[in-house]
Design a protein around this ligand. Structure first.
Ligand SMILES: NC(=O)c1ccc[n+]([C@@H]2O[C@H](COP(=O)([O-])OP(=O)(O)OC[C@H]3O[C@@H](n4cnc5c(N)ncnc54)[C@H](O)[C@@H]3O)[C@@H](O)[C@H]2O)c1
Length: 378
């Protein structure tokens, strides 16, 4: 039996809800059975929506085996104090949220000001994975999914460059006597580095552009000449685009809308059948011509250039992603449950950087500025 906060005995300490993800083609779930076990063994009640783990390879029986309760979506939201999710809530999920809830999930509110305002109206406390920092200021809960999205970006780009993929029929690594594809990666952070590693591993010639000199130095050391590094700027990007077969956009200004580094007029300088993969689409996209797509219909064409803009890339490899996500988020979920959200956030200012919405307001400075500027008429 569990001992509640303050020494009072009330059976279960906190009710934690795990709804099924309803974003199109999303197969991840917020916690593995192993993670759920950590919560239940500490006396918390875990309410998993029936079937929530199926897409990641976890049947309801795996959750029941660790003392979680499998139930309906209504029960999950009605009884939960802490709701753990993967992707931003869709409208029908927002409608279920209220002051009783602390929501812990990816939110990307700079890309969706209307969602930010709708969440504020619910009165729920909303903590975004993507703005939680560790002691060194790294985005520790974004990183595992960026690793995965970066690796997938190289694979998706390689497929899109083939004829059936809509591209001009290029093999990314070339063959002896025929040169490989030129891959340009914008943003050499976690996702960009992962994309560059896989693209270079497949034999492509890779250039990474970043605006951080220390980061460029790290990249130059890490790749030891196998990848070119270039300081970011409009002119540098304009010079690189005409020879790029595949451009992977992976820039991030934490909390803010992604900077638009490639504008529509730039597409004319690219070869027909070239490919743009916009990993930063979840923060609004770093190509002017990007619009969100799904795994079912991942690509479209603008001015002869193939665009891939899937907002939940790791959802395609849920068996890997769900485990990687739980590995990163579990410690934070345990703190929210054990201490209660207020104390857990008060206790750790880096964790508190994740707080985006509270008391009916957008409380994260950069997110608030992005939402305000998006809603201010030009
Ligand atoms: N589509 C998806 O499914 C998916 C999944 C995971 C992550 N993401 C997104 O991928 C993006 C990158 O995430 P990350 O974790 O790699 O971020 P990160 O912070 O590790 O790296 C971002 C890099 O962009 C650089 N940068 C910022 N502005 C720049 C500019 N103007 N020119 C050149 N470089 C610039 C920064 O210096 C940094 O090195 C984020 O938007 C993240 O949300 C998308």
């Amino acid at each position: 039996m569990a001992i509640a906060r303050g020494g009072l005995h009330r059976g279960w300490l906190m009710n934690i809800g795990i709804p099924t993800e309803i974003k199109p083609d999303e197969r991840r779930v917020a916690i593995t059975p192993a993670g759920a076990r950590e919560l239940t063994r500490r006396g918390h009640r875990v309410l998993v929506q029936r079937g929530a783990g199926t897409g990641s390879g976890y049947p309801d029986s795996a959750y029941r085996a660790v003392d979680a309760e499998c139930t309906t979506v209504d029960e999950v939201f009605e009884r939960a104090e802490l709701v753990l999710k993967v992707k931003e809530p869709l409208r029908e999920e927002v409608e279920r949220l209220s002051e009783q809830h602390t929501l812990f999930t990816y939110l990307h509110l700079a890309a969706d000001p209307r969602l930010a305002l709708a969440l504020a109206e619910t009165g729920a406390r909303c903590i975004a994975y993507e703005t939680v920092e560790d002691a060194k200021g790294r985005l520790v809960l974004l990183a595992p999914m960026s690793e995965i999205a970066g690796r997938l970006a190289a694979q998706a780009g390689a497929t899109a460059m083939t004829g059936p993929g809509g591209g001009r029929g290029l093999l990314i690594g070339g063959v002896p006597g025929v040169p490989p594809a030129e891959v340009l990666v914008l943003g050499g952070g976690v996702a960009g580095t992962a994309a560059a590693t896989v693209a270079a591993g497949m034999g492509a010639r890779v250039t990474i552009v970043d605006r951080s000199i220390p980061r460029l130095i790290e990249l130059a050391e890490r790749f030891a000449g196998r990848v070119r590094t270039v300081y970011s700027g409009e002119l540098a990007i304009e010079e690189l685009l005409p020879t790029a077969d595949l451009v992977i956009g992976a820039v991030l200004v934490p909390g803010a809308r992604a900077p638009r580094l490639v504008r529509r007029e730039h597409l004319g300088a690219m070869r027909p059948g070239s490919v743009l993969v916009d990993i930063s689409i979840d923060q609004g996209g770093c190509f002017e011509t990007s619009r969100p797509t799904t795994h079912s219909e991942p690509t479209y064409e603008v001015d002869g250039v193939v665009h891939y803009c899937v907002t939940n890339m790791p959802g395609a490899v849920a068996a890997t992603s769900t485990r990687a996500l739980t590995n990163a988020t579990l410690d934070y979920a345990l703190r929210l449950a054990d201490l209660g959200p207020e104390a857990a956030l008060d206790d750790d200012p880096r964790f508190a950087r994740g707080l985006n919405v509270a008391d009916g307001r957008i409380v994260h400075d950069t997110v608030a500025a992005a939402v305000e500027s998006a809603l201010t008429p030009a």
